[in-house]
Design a protein around this ligand. Sequence first.
Ligand SMILES: NC(=O)C1=CN([C@@H]2O[C@H](COP(=O)(O)OP(=O)(O)OC[C@H]3O[C@@H](n4cnc5c(N)ncnc54)[C@H](O)[C@@H]3O)[C@@H](O)[C@H]2O)C=CC1
Ligand SMILES: CC(C)CC(=O)C(=O)O
Ligand SMILES: [Mg+2]
Length: 364
Amino acid sequence: MTKTYQIAVLPGDGIGPEVMAEALKVLKAVSRKENVAFRTQEALVGGAAWDHYHSHLPEETLTICRESDAILFGSVGGPVREQNTPKWQGVEVHSLLGLRKAFGLFANLRPARLFPALAFASPLRQDVAREGFDILVVRELTGGIYFGQPKGRTGTGEEEKAFDTMVYSRCEIRRIAQVAFEIARKRRQKVTSIDKANVLTTMVFWRQVVEEVAADYPDVTYEPMYVDNAAMQMVKNPQQFDVLLCGNMFGDILSDEAAMLTGSLGMLPSASFAGSGFGMYEPGGGSAQDIAGQHIANPIAQILSTAMMLRYSLNMEKPARDIEKAVEKVLAEGHRTADIAGREDTPVSTGTMGDLITTAYKQL
Ligand SMILES: NC(=O)C1=CN([C@@H]2O[C@H](COP(=O)(O)OP(=O)(O)OC[C@H]3O[C@@H](n4cnc5c(N)ncnc54)[C@H](O)[C@@H]3O)[C@@H](O)[C@H]2O)C=CC1
Ligand SMILES: CC(C)CC(=O)C(=O)O
Ligand SMILES: [Mg+2]
């Protein structure tokens, strides 16, 4: 009997639906080649859901997610300047952070790998870029300053204030550190833990707990690094890093930086888990409103996120690897969307890139 997987598909806003369409083309090809069925159920989230339900994360969407083996997520959010309109205000908090919290997705993996064919597109010094790099950002996703309470605003006039709280518990730090060290064991056995322990009490504690966990992994090299230095070291010498263990905010920021060093934010996939097989898979970037609707967005992050879904939630390593190989092949052949195109290149559209990767996957 054909094995069937239930996938919740949440395209969201901006370029979300455009890049999701390409990931679904690849998924369809996987279904044919592997003789498995993916029952995809599309649901509204973000601004797209607001238009229909006046909610950024409707109960209907949550139900579909609960009934699924995995969630494929696009992106949410409106134009940065329209952040304060009813449709867009708090959209990321209510929908994306809401989903992460609802499913306890505390561990976020963001692999930033510089493909040889894209060395030229990296803002790294070219002799450094030609060496390539492969960094895995392991980001804590349901704690830290994005979730800490209290947050709010008080007072008026010159005394008006706004505040957020950065808080981490021992168990939150320990469980994400364990994820990082376990993964490092299967990679190049190095964990660099990012903190700001010279200033922030939370980060003194972070470092202490990570050191306790590190003691259980004598085979893995552990080093702490301040976040400001890490941001700089990543540009100077990214090859020194293997696994970058970060809290929620630092991981958010450094993963965008790592993505750009691979050529574009449109190259960064991401997987989020709660410790079981269930997970949510989404590009590292946002809804890219500046290019939405133009069919020029890079679908590779969404496609590589789909490969991560096959690997981690559906236990399908072979097609996951083949999708990655297909992406590498298409890039090696010189096909590029606008964000990774050189001056001499004629960029391809989002749809053409999706077609090229699907064809390359089928031919493997
Ligand atoms: N996971 C999510 O859903 C996220 C949502 N957002 C939201 O997205 C909206 C736009 O935020 P921004 O700060 O502009 O960040 P963004 O990540 O959407 O875009 C930053 C820059 O990267 C480019 N970019 C991103 N993905 C790309 C792709 N696949 N192909 C080519 N270029 C790509 C964009 O064109 C833009 O120039 C905001 O409402 C923000 O809150 C931001 C980050 C993550
Ligand atoms: C709402 C934001 C925290 C989303 C984001 O920037 C991310 O997860 O990388
Ligand atoms: Mg981000």
